[in-house]
Design a protein around this ligand. Structure first.
Ligand SMILES: [Zn+2]
Length: 274
């Protein structure tokens, strides 16, 4: 098992890039790959609970399992290496902020669970009054509408995530790691500068200190990256129309920009004519 604190401490003395490489190889070589697993909203159709109504049974049978993806995050702590704690954080940050298939709007999951909710609702109604009229068609239409809406939420949610591939994210993180190696302070020098008496903390270990340092920093850098990459909008200085800021000097919409250029050119022409 490699000790992160040893690698980092050695780096503060030698600045040997091979140490960064060793760290990265352990990180990306970790067996905790970014993986997704299928979960589902499901129920078991019990004919008798539906009063043996064939129409109801068949309808609920068609929707008894609705799958969705989830970030796989189950592991046993005993198997983990220290570097894995950083890898898990990186995997989760990617899944949460960039993966368009997991950690979606709550509304998406609520819509997907419609069939299961309806099933239990109908069972409850029949239990209270077995002669109650249940409109099977209407229920199925509602279920289908919900699934369609769920697809819409998935593809056009206002909280849509920034698009970034895993490989692109790895590249960003690699750049941050180089920087973090150079900024790293050993617990001793940190304590000298900040007077932080970490040794009094029962849970303190040098490995936790390093893990914490990388996890906090990578999270902060990820959030900054997102903030800086999200499109920004301003109102055109002339007509007030909303426009996306493409560069620092953006002030006018396309139409007004054209008009302005014409005016400037005309002024220039008049000046030179006299
Ligand atoms: Zn304008």
């Amino acid at each position: 098992m490699i000790l992160l604190s040893t690698i980092l401490e050695e780096y503060t003395e030698t600045h040997d890039p091979a140490l960064i490489e060793e760290f990265k190889q352990a990180l990306w070589g970790s067996k905790l790959k970014l993986k997704k697993r299928k979960l589902s909203y499901k129920y078991r159709v019990v004919d008798s609970l539906l009063q043996n109504d064939t129409e109801l049974i068949e309808m609920f049978d068609r929707h008894k399992k609705v799958e969705y993806l989830n970030n796989r995050n189950r592991y046993s702590f005993d198997e983990l290496e220290y570097i894995d704690f950083i890898r898990i954080r990186i995997n989760n940050l990617y899944a949460y902020h960039f993966d368009s298939e997991v950690y979606l709007d709550k509304e998406y999951y609520r819509l997907l669970s419609t069939a299961a909710n309806k099933y239990y609702e109908v069972i409850g109604q029949l239990k209270q009054d077995e002669n109650i009229h249940i409109d099977t068609k209407e229920i199925e239409e509602e279920i289908k509408r919900s699934f369609d809406l769920a697809e819409q939420v998935k593809t056009s949610s206002p909280n849509k995530k920034l698009s970034l591939s895993w490989d692109e994210y790895v590249e960003l993180v690699n750049g941050w790691i180089d920087h973090l190696f150079d900024l790293y302070k050993t617990p001793e020098s940190y304590e000298r500068e900040h007077g932080w008496e970490y040794r009094n903390e029962a849970i303190f270990t040098e490995e936790n200190y390093v893990i914490n340092y990388f996890n906090k920093s990578i999270k902060g850098k990820t959030l900054n990256y997102i903030r800086d990459s999200m499109p920004k909008y301003i109102a055109c200085d002339r007509c007030g129309e909303t426009l996306e800021v493409k560069h620092k000097n953006t002030r006018y919409c396309k139409v007004c920009l054209k008009k302005r250029r014409k005016e400037i050119n005309a002024k220039y022409y008049m000046k030179n004519k006299n």
